[in-house]
Design a protein around this ligand. Structure first.
Ligand code: SF4
Ligand code: SF4
Length: 213
C-alpha cells in the first residue's frame, strides 16, 4: 500500500466544528467535569470543538493572519483563573471556525505553519478518549477507508509523518500539563475553584479587560 497522500478534498478544512461522535462528546464532558474540581474549565462545549491549538500555535496563527490580512480570532477552550492575579490562563485554544479562515478555496495559506492537528490529520491523538491506542485513524478523511483493513505496521508505514505529528501533539500536551502542574505546585499559579458558569463569566471579563495569558 502506498503512503497516504492528501487528495485535497477539503473535508478537513471546512465544516470542522463538532465532528465527534456522541460517545466521544460524552467522554470529553466527563473528563472535563473531573478537572473542574482542580480549577480547570472548558470555555466551549465539545459540540463546538474544531481544531485544538496550543497557545504558541494560536499566537503564531494570529501573527500570520495579520501579515496576510485575514480576520482570525481563535477562542479560549481550556482555561484556569489565577486567584492571585485574576488573570485567565488559557491552556488550549480552539480555532473557533467551522470553515477555516486560512483555507483559500484550494489550499492552506499557512501550510508550513499549520497546527499539529492539521499536520497529523487523518490521524488523531486519542489521549482523551478511552482508546488503548496512542492514535486513531479518523473516518472523516475521504481516503481513510482505503487504509482501514491494514494492520498496525502497515498503517504506520503509510501514515509515518501524520503519526509523528500526532505523537508530537501528545508530547507537547504533556509538556504543557507538566509546566502548569509545576507552577501550581510552586504556588506561582493558584487556580480558582468555582462553578463553571462563574469561571466562564470571569474569563469573559478577563477578555474584555485584556487579562489573558
Ligand atoms: S490551518 Fe490549513 S490545514 Fe489546518 S484547517 Fe486551516 S486551512 Fe486546513
Ligand atoms: S480529508 Fe483527507 S484527503 Fe481530504 S483534504 Fe483532508 S487529509 Fe486530504
Amino acid at each position: 500500500m502506498k503512503r497516504f497522500t492528501c487528495q485535497r478534498c477539503r473535508a478537513c478544512c471546512n465544516n470542522i466544528q463538532g465532528n465527534f461522535r456522541e460517545e466521544e462528546i460524552k467522554e470529553f464532558k466527563l473528563a472535563f467535569k473531573k478537572l473542574e474540581s482542580q480549577g480547570t474549565y472548558l470555555a466551549i462545549e465539545p459540540e463546538k470543538f474544531s481544531i485544538p491549538l496550543f497557545p504558541h500555535e494560536a499566537k503564531k496563527m494570529k501573527e500570520l493572519a495579520y501579515r496576510i490580512g485575514i480576520d482570525f480570532s481563535p477562542v479560549p477552550k481550556i482555561f484556569m483563573i489565577d486567584s492571585k492575579t485574576g488573570y485567565s490562563i488559557i491552556l488550549e485554544w480552539d480555532l473557533g471556525y467551522s470553515d477555516c479562515p486560512f483555507f483559500d478555496g484550494d489550499k492552506c495559506l499557512i501550510y508550513n505553519y499549520r497546527p499539529l492537528t492539521c499536520q497529523s490529520f487523518p490521524i488523531f491523538p486519542s489521549f482523551l478518549l478511552s482508546s488503548q491506542e496512542e492514535y486513531i485513524l479518523l473516518d472523516r478523511c475521504s481516503q481513510s477507508k482505503r487504509y482501514r483493513e491494514l494492520n498496525k505496521d502497515e498503517i504506520e508505514g503509510c501514515f509515518e509523518n501524520e503519526i509523528k505529528a500526532s505523537l508530537l501533539f501528545s508530547k507537547e500536551l504533556n509538556r504543557y500539563k507538566t509546566t502548569i502542574e509545576e507552577l501550581v505546585e510552586k504556588q506561582l499559579i493558584t487556580p480558582l475553584v468555582l462553578e463553571k458558569d462563574r469561571a466562564i463569566k470571569m474569563l469573559r471579563e478577563c477578555e474584555r479587560a485584556n487579562r489573558i495569558v
